[in-house]
Design a protein around this ligand. Structure first.
Ligand code: ACO
Length: 428
């Protein structure tokens, strides 16, 4: 922008607003005094032009298709790091030393069990309940079990709550799965990795030994890395908004899970795989492309388009490659991968998608991998929630520690009735 201030002229009165520059990315106009100076609000439904906070965690350049966590590109993290190390990075700002990583992993491992009484919550749900409904309820209930880490004014309690959330979410997610298939819950095992332990809790049964396939473990860990954080998306903003009132962290993460569930957000991975299955064969792709372009048809190509990326989602790039590798290594030949590849090829050359800059997003290929691993589609968003918990926790901590933090309270453009007198029921 180059300028150091922006001028607003309203009702013949001029006022000036500072331009703030981040380390990278667009400048922002600091309009905090706008209402005081002019008596006017800004109107920005969907926050398309509004920075709601200052953050040092994640940076996205949607035009270039860049995603950085604490400065490190997502493709490097996905290829060279692991989910525990990334979690440390998101929470603490720097990559850990070997000793720091061991200590952190050890702490997380020792918090993976959940209170035995929590298991009773599951029995209150119908067996066919969507696991995301179970997740909203059970994670929200954590605050009723861990009173000793709900005082957000105490940094130690905040740390313990953060560790508990990251550690217990795989246990809670695996239990949601086990409940839905009518199998007994499996306790965590401390000798396994974070991701290996989750797979064991999900797929092992007491009747026989379960061996964790290293290919599956590596693919799952990569999926967790790719979903760990994505700056101020809808669910993260929900967590921050809930937390801004001083709500405890367990309640805030439950709010984030509820928001993530929607098909325009985390629920899209489930919707994307269902769509690929519905298309079923490459011959039917033109029909679905035509529907996606038809203004009178509400159908959208799920797993395509993004509020921020107007270029290829860098996470989809990593996952597209991983999908081919994982299916080959597992010896699975799922025709929906061919449908996905062809659909991508056609959409990327179709003028409608090119002009609107609609590219595959993270959800487009993740379902193909998750399905090959053996997860039902209803678990896809649960896995997203599991991975995103660390991002939510990091963002929540950053917000609580921010001296500029205030309760989040947007204003509105009111277009309802002006004041009128109440009419008693007998006169209506
Ligand atoms: N298929 C067909 N057309 C689309 C699609 C799509 N997937 N996405 C956007 N468009 C069109 C819209 O119809 C609109 O066209 P118009 O300008 O002629 O009215 C234009 O592209 C812009 O779309 P908006 O909905 O205004 O863009 P917005 O930024 O609000 O939406 C969103 C982004 C919600 C992700 C949208 O692209 C979508 O619904 N995609 C499918 C669902 C999906 O995959 N969600 C996952 C997002 S990633 C995540 O949460 C991890």
């Amino acid at each position: 922008m180059g300028d150091s201030s922006a001028k607003v002229e309203l009702g013949g009165k001029a006022s000036e607003y500072k331009i703030l520059s981040g380390s990278v990315g667009p400048d922002v106009i600091d309009i905090r005094k706008l209402y005081g100076n002019t008596g006017a609000f800004t109107y920005d439904p969907g926050f398309t032009s509004t920075a709601s906070c200052e953050s040092k965690i994640t940076f996205i350049d949607g035009d270039q298709g860049v995603l950085l966590h604490r400065g490190y590109p997502i493709d490097q993290l996905a290829e060279q790091s692991n989910f525990m190390e990334l979690s440390y990075l998101l929470l603490n700002g720097e990559l850990p030393s070997k000793a720091e990583l061991e200590k952190f992993s050890g702490t997380i491992t020792r918090h993976t069990m959940v209170h035995e009484q929590l298991a009773q919550f599951y029995r209150g749900f119908r067996r066919d309940a969507h696991p995301m409904a179970v997740m909203c309820g059970v994670v929200g209930a954590l605050s009723a079990f861990y009173h000793d880490s709900t005082d957000i004014a105490d940094p130690h309690q905040r740390l313990v709550a953060s560790h508990r959330l990251i550690a217990k979410i795989p246990t809670i997610a695996a239990m949601a799965y086990k409940y839905s298939v009518g199998q007994p819950f499996v306790y965590p095992k401390n000798n396994l990795s974070y991701t290996g332990n989750f797979l064991n809790m999900t797929f092992s049964v007491p009747a026989e030994e379960y061996e964790i396939d290293p290919v599956v473990e590596a693919a799952m860990d990569k999926i967790f890395i790719l979903h760990a954080d994505h700056e101020q998306n809808a669910s993260t903003s929900t967590v921050r908004l809930a937390g801004s009132s001083g709500a405890n962290p367990f309640a805030c993460i439950a709010a984030g899970i509820a928001c993530l569930w929607g098909p325009a957000h985390g629920g899209a991975n489930e919707a994307a795989l269902n769509m690929l299955r519905e298309i079923g064969h490459i011959d039917r792709i033109p029909e679905y492309i035509a529907r996606a372009k038809n203004k009178d048809d509400p159908f959208r190509l799920m797993g395509f388009g993004h509020r921020v990326y107007k270029n290829y989602d860098p996470r989809a790039k990593v996952l597209g490659k991983a999908a081919t590798e994982v299916l080959a290594k597992l010896g699975k030949n799922d025709p929906i991968l061919d449908v996905a590849r062809k659909l991508e090829e056609i959409a990327l050359t179709d003028p409608y998608f090119v002009e609107k800059k609609l590219y595959p997003n993270v959800d487009f290929y993740s379902g193909v991998i998750l399905s090959a691993i053996g997860f039902p589609t209803t678990m896809f968003t649960v896995l997203f929630a599991l991975a995103r918990t660390v991002g939510w926790v990091a963002q929540w901590n950053e917000m609580i520690a921010d001296p500029e933090q205030k309760i989040g309270r947007p204003r509105q453009l009111y277009t309802g009735h002006t004041q009128r007198d109440y009419v008693p029921l007998t006169q209506r």
